[in-house]
Design a protein around this ligand. Structure first.
Ligand code: CA
Length: 322
């Protein structure tokens, strides 16, 4: 009886420790293999959970569960191994980076957040490369972190600017001649760094037209959801006389966008799905180069339905008598 009580208390302490130490773990995805949802599989899972909860059987049960055919069981075992011994869990993750299942892949990406920076980046790079599962890739990308963020308040929309802003000239960017690159592992900003002007498009990158959804552009894919990069080199005319405010304006990007001009990060439009058809603009007075070729790069994330730069882009030269 005393033993049972201790066992219960031990399990409660373990649960409390796990709750404090473990990162938030996403709920088990609904799309686990059908076979694993059978009555027999559920009973097997319950038995493994009981064995892992028992102090005497825990270690051996975790070890056994890590080799289970059921991805949900492997996920549960890894989670418990991490609670007991992070180093062992990291070692297992590194040798099972090809696990291939969504439940384990997503958990590995989450747990890797506790690795030292260099090891984490290396591991997540391998994990993203080893999977074709969009959820695992997204988890990898989020765990790697996306470092680009800038609050770029354009003069024409700045609520504290009480001087009139008048349009001098609107200069549309070409709709043709943009190049496109899929970014299935969501790491194009790291390797090779598509935002860099010196990273030139390869022959294999489709040439696309903006002003329509990317599903309508040959070479992108009728059902493509995910991250894609647009790149345009275009000749910018001489600076319009009298203008002193310059903004790059997008009429619609479905859904989210991150923008670079001549290698400089100028800002983001990240309202998620809600932003798919909302115009946005950035101050580019410092980044625009007049009378020469400029390079604009737009990283787009689309999660459903149509995607891409589906409306026009233009440069507005304005005058503000500050
Ligand atoms: Ca969309």
């Amino acid at each position: 009886m005393a033993k049972l009580k201790f066992g219960r208390r031990f399990a409660a302490v373990k649960a409390a420790v796990a709750a404090v130490c473990l990162p938030a773990v996403a709920a088990v995805p609904a799309d686990v293999p059908a076979a694993a949802s059978s009555g027999a599989a559920r009973a097997a899972r319950a038995e493994i959970r009981r064995a892992i909860a028992g102090p005497a059987t825990r270690k051996e049960a975790i070890k056994r569960a890590l080799t289970s055919d059921d991805a949900v069981v492997r996920r549960f075992a890894l989670w418990n191994l991490f609670a007991d011994d992070r180093e062992s869990a990291f070692g297992w993750m590194e040798t099972h980076v090809n696990d291939g299942s969504r439940p384990v892949g997503v958990l590995m990406a989450e747990l890797s957040r506790q690795m030292p920076e260099e090891r984490r980046m290396k591991f997540l790079g391998r994990l993203a490369e080893a999977t074709e599962d969009e959820s695992v890739r997204l988890a990898c990308s989020l765990a790697r972190g996306f470092p680009f963020r800038r609050d770029n308040v354009p003069v024409s929309l700045n609520p504290v600017n009480d001087h009139a802003v008048a349009l001098v000239k609107s200069i549309p960017l070409p709709t043709d001649g943009w190049r496109f690159k899929h970014d299935l592992t969501a790491e194009g900003h790291i390797k090779p760094g598509y935002q860099k002007p010196e990273v030139k498009p390869r022959k294999s990158w489709p040439t696309v037209k903006i002003g329509s959804f990317w599903e309508d552009c040959p070479g992108v894919g009728r059902n493509f959801n995910g991250i894609g990069w647009y790149r345009l080199e275009w000749a910018v005319p001489e600076k319009p006389e009298g203008a002193n405010v310059f903004e790059l304006c997008f009429d619609g990007v479905d859904e989210e966008a991150w923008v670079w001009l001549n290698g400089e990060y100028i800002g983001q439009h990240t309202e998620g799905v809600a932003g798919w058809n909302k115009p946005f603009r950035f101050d580019v007075a410092k980044e625009i180069r007049w009378g020469v070729t400029n390079v604009v790069v737009v990283r787009v994330n689309d999660t459903a339905n149509g995607g891409g730069i589906h409306k026009g882009v233009r440069l507005e030269a304005m005058r503000c008598d500050f």
